[in-house]
Design a protein around this ligand. Sequence first.
Ligand code: ADP
Ligand code: MG
Length: 705
Amino acid sequence: MSGAAERSGDKRPAQTLDALPVAALRGVGPRSAEKLAGFGLETVQDILFHLPRRYEDRTRIVPIGRLRSGDHAVIEADVDLAEVKFGKRRSLLVRVSDGSGSLLLRFFHFSRAQQQNFARGARLRIYGEVRRGPAMAEMVHPEYQRLAEDERLAVEERLTPIYPTTEGLHQLTLRKLGEQAVDMLQPGRLNEWLPDGLLAQLDFTDLLSALRYVHRPPPDADVTALEEGVHPSQQRLAFEELLAHHLSLRRVRLRARHLQAEPLVTRSQLLQAFFAQLPFELTDAQRRVIDELLADLAQPHPMMRLVQGDVGSGKTVVAAAAAIQAVSCGCQVAVMAPTELLAEQHFSNFEGWFASLGVKVGWLSGRVKGKARRQVLEALAGGELQMVIGTHALFQDDVAFRRLALVVIDEQHRFGVHQRLALRDKGRAGDSVPHQLIMTATPIPRTLSMALYADLDASVIDELPPGRTPVQTVAISENRRAEVVQRVRQACGEGRQVYWVCTLIEESESLQCQAAEDTATALAEALPELSVGLVHGRMKDSDKTRRMAEFKRGDIDLLVATTVIEVGVDVPNASLMIVENAERLGLSQLHQLRGRVGRGSAQSSCVLMYRAPLSKMARKRLAVMRESNDGFEIARQDLELRGPGEVLGTRQTGMMAFRIADLLRDRPLVDKVEAAAEQLLDKYPERVGSIIRRWLGHAPRYGQV
Ligand code: ADP
Ligand code: MG
């Protein structure tokens, strides 16, 4: 067995650590090997790249008087008092003191034997996290050790690494494995994949020293730097990790180049006719992006392009141009949106634009059932429908196309990479796949797009249609509601329309809808001269659609809505938006909502009503909204305030699970990743796979085309 060979000395050339199974480590039998494998740890290399999440400083004893809430610290103190409390939960409370102050230890699980450790006067070495308690500072379930009368116990020499664990895998086990793995770190056993030139250029230490340092920081380690993740050893590893992520997406993209796609080259009348019947002139930005799309579509390889454009920048018409191009080549197009409402909005837009051109557009959502559904499916399979618009329902197994050549996905940020690829495969025939166009109104800051969307080419619509005036935004405390109502009256009196958005106060959709109903009733009473409508998430889709259509026609002056209107509603005459409980919403959601006004030429405003007192974060968010109308700036601030995992939403958090890198903190590294990737792909293509494997394991979400 390799484990035996490992321990019996140098008779055979030592295996490289990426090929050495964890079973080679002491204390790892078949059962724990299996457990480790389940956690993605199969080789000694995997153990080495399972990096500490943080460190604990057990190198010195801290006087109780100097502890602050949140500190992880070692203390040495005497027991003053121990008692069992029978409250809501039985707990053991132990008060200890060290001359500089007192601290309470709190245990919810304890044995009689443990209790006896806490005899009055007993001396303890304690390690734990300090929290503020009702009476004094506390540690809940600290680690502790009883010391004999005059016992002097040495403190740890080094920072203690804390590894990510999982159920059934103990911190201590991982620490021991980490130690053994570090002992095996000898030159020749672990490949350095970064080229020497790059290491020198970036002034990075070599891989072995970096790994040794982070697993086993020397006694004189720079604690602050390590805790903040900015020590050169950590930065060197973070860089390699970012590089691995970037490379894996680049590989997806490169592989796509080897796939075929229908080249959509016909320069037909249809596209000209489409442009000619638009009621507006395209902006330069729209024109430029359309040209980029048409150039991509003409290639015999699949387009994979992300179109970013702020809310209201006019992405739909750009997508429509691409769709028309596909249709004029005799192909079919699928347009998918994340919500029914948004999909419907597209459907009515596209139908309006395309009907006079003789292009047939179908509609498919989860609600289309029975005969209606069968008809759509037949028309798609038979090719009578040139286009279909809908929700996820489009990608169910029984939906087949005759000749699907373009897939358009709106609001990309709600779908993940693997979903995106799965969708594309819908139109796959052998090595030929449809072109893909992805549109997002959530501007993705460069840092994120580099790490997450490197498999896509990007186009930006960086210009709003002319005649739009930026929305004026104010934040008003909700006890000035009467003034706000007055404002609504005035706007509607001038022939304008108003949105009143009720946001989630309770964590329940039905309560939210109830709140919206109550608000609508109250507003209808306060504003008897206005026609007040209501849409909320619990209404039937057909009712929602009808209500929105009434609002669009101007039959409704004031529309009370839950956040269902967040995306996809287009009513240029609406020039005022009131958002209740605005302090509860994130920046991107507020920006999306606000984008529903300011679509016509009238001066538009947005009133963010809040309930005092505001948290610091909420105050910052509202300030950002007041100061900026620029989606990119807002996204940047959002990233700053919340961090990338949050910004991308739960669906994407899996992808954001970096081991050591942090997109915000490591932004300067991110900027260097691209050039490094070029260099590797160009000069050392054989290393690329190894780098990806080392950091991303065999995660199926990457590298699959
Ligand atoms: P978004 O980028 O948010 O999806 P839309 O495509 O919904 O934006 O466009 C917003 C509104 O602007 C729509 O009413 C659309 O018809 C209109 N629009 C799009 N392009 C132009 C343009 N070049 N000039 C004037 N209005 C435009
Ligand atoms: Mg849109």
